[in-house]
Structure formats: C-alpha cells, structure tokens
Design a protein around this ligand. Sequence first.
Ligand code: 8YV
Length: 329
Amino acid sequence: MNRTGAPPDERSPTLSATEILSVAKLPPFLLDPLRAAFTVHERLHETDPAAFAAVAPRIQGIAASGESKVGAALFDRMPQLRIVSVMGVGYDGIDVAAAKERGIVVTHTPGVLNDDVADLAIALMLGVARGIGASDRYVRAGRWPEGPRPLARKVSGARLGLVGMGRIGQAIALRAAAFGMTIAYTARSAKPDLPYRYFESPRALAAETDFLVVITPGGAGTRKLIDASVLAALGPKGYVINVARGSVIDEAALVAALQNGTIAGAGLDVFENEPHVPQALWTMDRVLLTPHIGSATAETRHAMADLARANLEAYFAGRPLPTPVPECR
Ligand code: 8YV
C-alpha cells in the first residue's frame, strides 16, 4: 500500500483516464512510464486512422520528439488537447501559434542536452579537420602500407564562429576556449555579458571564421540562413559544422560549395530531409556525417525523457510546468 492507501501498482484514477497520443517513435524509458501513468495511444493517427478517429475526441496530451511535425490539422482532430510535450529542445516542428490559439501549451526539454550537443559539435569539428572518418576508412581498407594520409588542418588556436549563442552555443564556446580558439558569434542581438566578439550577420562572421558552427533554433526565422553567400564568405579554408537543424543551411548550396571547393569541408549531424542525406555527400572525404545524434547518449536521453514526462504529469496534476517553451511562459 502506498501513502494514498491504493495498491502500489494502481494508477491514479485521474491520470490513467487521461489519454495521450505519442506522435513519434519514443524510447521505452519514456513510453513505459507514460503507459504506467496514462492511457497512451502510440502513433495511432499513422498506424490506424479509423481507431484514431474514435479516440481523438478524448485525447488531452501529445508526447512528441524534437523532429515531430504537429500543426493545426492534427490539433483540430483533438478538441480536448491541452498540452504537447516535446522530448527535445528544438520544437520547430510544432506550430506553437496554432497551439496557443487553441489554448494548448507546448513544453520542451532545454538544458539537459547542452553538454552532449556541445561535445558532438567539437567532435565533428575535430573529426572533419583531422580527417578522422577518412583515416578510419583508410586503415580498415588495408591502405596504410600505401603511405601516409594527406596532412590535415589544425584546430587548436583557429577561429570559431558560432551562429547562435544560446545555452548550447555557450557550452560550445567554453569547450573551444580550452582549445585556445578565438571565439566570435552572431545572434539576433549581442550579448554584452559574454566575452566574445559579436557580428551582425552570418556572412560578416563567416568572413572572419575558420570553423562556422551552426547552433541556432530551426523554423521559419532561420530557414536557409546559411546560404551560398555565407559559404562564399567562409572560403576555401573554412569548415561548416551543423548540430542545429538541417533547415538552417541551404543544403543544395552546401553540396555545391563542397563540390566546387568553395569551402574546405563540413561536419553534419542534421539534414534538410532526414533520414535522407544527399547522396553526393556519401563519397566525399571532406565531410563527416552523423545521423542526428547530438543528444543521443543514454544519460542525456534518459534526462530528456524524465523532463518530457514531468511536464505531462505536472500539467495533469495541476502543478506548474517545469519547462514550457518561451512562447507559452
Ligand atoms: C533529438 C533534438 O533528435 O533536442 C532536439 O531538438 O533534435 C534531439 O535532441 C530528439 O528530439 C530526441 O527525441
């Protein structure tokens, strides 16, 4: 028996009656506790539209991932929907304006993934500059006896340009400082408390940068922010690292810039049309590619799952939300 006198395995009657739709393939360490607390319909809108139509009028919460796309059309199927909890810091796939119009709050999981995403940005920067991927393939192909690999590019002491200086941007800057890098950034506005040089545009920043690291939110406001002109400003010795969203870079322009030698290389964790990566990049040694793994460690994904669940539970228990998105605060 627990403190309320109910058997320990009994769900709270209010919560268990609350119906939740998961709109993404969520990990078991989020889905299982959600199932224990709520009635969860797993991607029913995709797998069984008829069954979804029957339950949609009762659904009060959505559990989503950072890549989920949810907008007015889905909201309108669920008149009782009150909360969208995103397991991810990015929520550019959620139409927050449409949610707010319908009295739906949106929450996300900031903070807990800063270290991992910053670590991956550094790993991609070092990896592409030092040719880690290509070197690994060289050894595995038994080619070392042919001779040494071409000389690589030194990272320590180089110029880092951050596109975005939020929580994760600052975590990247701290790490880069330990590599003796000169750090500059662009963002919507200067952050005078930070000791880094501010540039008003990505193009101006790129012109003074060796490694341009993109870590700004996705969405309409940043779509194709990094275009052909920014890549041209970065120049033939410059590298692009993207750990933000594929939408922030004009991918066709990036592929062309890599093919033409307009820039030196790229380390990419995110793409315009995931999980599809332009085939032109597959064979290029001057790029390092990872499949959107910025936050993908066991420690961090568990922390994100706990926070995503805490937001849902707080909402339905009438407690303050731990981490609503800024527009819903
Ligand atoms: C994950 C992400 O891909 O946090 C984000 O914005 O893109 C990622 O951490 C995803 O959201 C995990 O559910």
